[in-house]
Design a protein around this ligand. Structure first.
Ligand code: FAD
Length: 477
């Protein structure tokens, strides 16, 4: 009797524990992906991730076809779909890898309960994280709220499980149920096709993920600690969307960074692992404090008086704030569905503090536009910048977008890549075009207020306004 292998955000054959368990059992597998309705609580799927999902499902289907199988696609409430497939195929078991977002957890618990009532074996496995979110706890048995002790526990807590190779020969059920057509899900943009440039950077699917990992270890890991903060340098792994869709497991990444110390400085490897650990920490927080997803973790922020000006929000989204590093970041996001981490911090600080717009609006925009949108990392990072999070940067740390630009994009190459109308400006004024002499702007073909906006706020005033709003909240608490 076959086993249904229910794929979710684990679109891979390598190091897939549920897949391995089916394989080891010797039973034939029915590989299934379900598009769950938004009302189930796990969605909505952002537009950029819809693009990714389309290509990732295609890639997974391709890998299964190499094994004389294919991926079955279905849409609807997961329990209903599973029950229908069980009836049709005579399957006696459903296996899956666990998800850790609050909606996913409750759907899965319900499904497990219902299937077991029908004497269907429902088994779930780990592997989306290095460790289960309850494995590392403080000495008092409580969850961690601060990253550094969490990291120490992770580092000293024993090696994660060894990744498992993809089975060489999968036994796929000879009679697979009919699949819906991927095209009918309409995941790709039509007109305009805003994703045209995505393929410059991305190859969704597990081969693409492994290639990114290989290239990163060969070309960029050496020096990572230093250079990772410079957005014009190709210095980070670009693994985030692959992790978000589970096309590669964190254990596989961890394992690949073992034994490199002859070629790469140990500090670089440790720093990279620390970033993977930030992802673990975000999930640890979300798992133990599910309200983090959409509520201020620190309730003091509930009374914060946001301005929420719609014109400002629009200027931010379109990369038209008049602050080049902010605009470059927002346009990189639009063009490639991704933004460099340093710049994410700068644009988030600008939205929250300079514009006094609720972090949740920024988080939602990122969710719609990032290919790596992740329920734990996105919410935890936005709250980190806002100062409302668990182990957060204090609110009064307000980035100066000009100085940040000058420090981390000293030649202005990042700005020139994404804000072409400033291309003619030299390094001295590229981050502060509003201070450039008129003759220089004329020579560079820039008419401020016409070809490129004047700053929508004065940073020094905005900073004072933000601090006043913060102090008012603090005094009221
Ligand atoms: P690398 O530097 O190569 O890091 C390797 C991996 O470590 C990443 O793929 C990611 O899984 C993890 N990682 C790195 N930095 C962080 C971090 N600060 N927090 C948590 N995990 C981290 N990351 C997401 O994956 N999804 C999001 O939706 C997301 N939203 C963010 C929103 C804001 C406001 C900020 C400031 C950061 C956000 N991040 C998010 C974290 C970080 O910016 C990205 O993970 C990183 O830029 C991805 O690029 P990379 O894979 O090349 O990173």
């Amino acid at each position: 009797k076959p086993v249904i292998l229910w794929f979710r955000k684990d679109l891979r054959l390598d190091d897939n524990r549920a897949l391995h368990a089916v394989h080891r059992s010797g039973r034939p597998v029915i590989p299934l992906y379900i598009s769950e309705p938004e009302s189930a609580g796990t969605g909505p799927l952002g537009a950029a991730q819809a693009w990714w999902l389309h290509h990732s499902l295609e890639a997974l289907d391709g890998s299964l076809r190499e094994q004389q199988g294919r991926l079955v696609l279905a849409s609807g409430e997961a329990l209903e779909v599973l029950c229908a497939f069980i009836r049709e195929s005579g399957a006696e078991a459903v296996f899956w890898n666990r998800r850790y977002d609050p909606a996913g957890i409750s759907i899965d618990a319900h499904i497990k309960h219902e299937l077991e009532k029908q004497a269907i074996e429902a088994r779930s496995f780990g592997g989306q994280l290095l460790h289960e979110p309850s494995r590392l706890m403080t000495g008092n048995g409580t969850p961690y709220r601060v990253y550094t002790p969490f990291w120490r526990a992770l580092e000293g807590g024993g090696e994660p499980e060894q990744p498992l190779e993809a089975p060489a020969k999968l036994r796929i059920a000879s009679q697979l149920p009919k699949s819906e057509a991927l095209e009918s899900w309409k995941l790709l943009p039509t007109k305009p096709d805003w994703a045209v440039d995505f393929t410059d950077l991305w190859t969704p699917g597990e081969d693409g993920a492994h290639e990114k990992l290989r290239a990163f270890i060969e070309d960029a890991l050496d020096g990572y600690k230093e250079i990772r903060d410079y957005p014009a340098r190709p210095a980070t792994s670009l693994l985030s969307p692959h992790l978000a869709f589970g096309e590669i497991s964190p254990a596989r990444i961890w394992d690949a960074t073992r034994g490199l110390s002859k070629r790469v400085a140990a500090a670089d490897v440790v720093h990279f692992r620390k970033e993977i650990a930030w992802r673990e920490f975000s999930y640890h927080l979300l798992f133990h404090f599910p309200r983090l997803a959409s509520n201020n973790w620190n309730e003091r922020f509930d009374g914060f008086e946001w301005r929420n000006d719609d014109d400002d929000f629009k200027a931010w989204r379109r990369g038209m704030t008049g602050y080049p590093i902010v605009d470059a970041g927002m346009r990189q996001l639009w063009r490639h569905g991704w933004m460099h981490n340093r710049v994410r911090m700068i644009v988030a600080s600008f939205l929250i503090k300079d514009l006094l717009i609720d972090w949740r609006r920024g988080e939602a925009w990122f969710r719609d536009t990032l290919v790596d949108a992740d329920p734990a990392n996105n919410a935890a990072s936005w709250q980190w910048v806002a100062g409302s999070g668990a182990d957060a940067s204090p609110f009064f740390r307000i980035f100066n977008p000009v100085l940040q630009g000058e420090k981390f994009d000293p030649d202005g190459n990042y700005v020139r890549t994404y804000v072409p109308e400033l291309r003619g400006l030299g390094a001295k004024y590229i981050h502060r075009p509003f201070e450039a002499p008129k003759s220089m702007l004329d020579e560079a073909g820039i008419a401020l207020g016409q070809t490129y906006p004047k700053p929508i706020v004065d940073h020094a005033n905005a900073r004072n306004r933000a601090l006043a709003a913060y102090n008012a909240t603090r005094d009221a608490a």
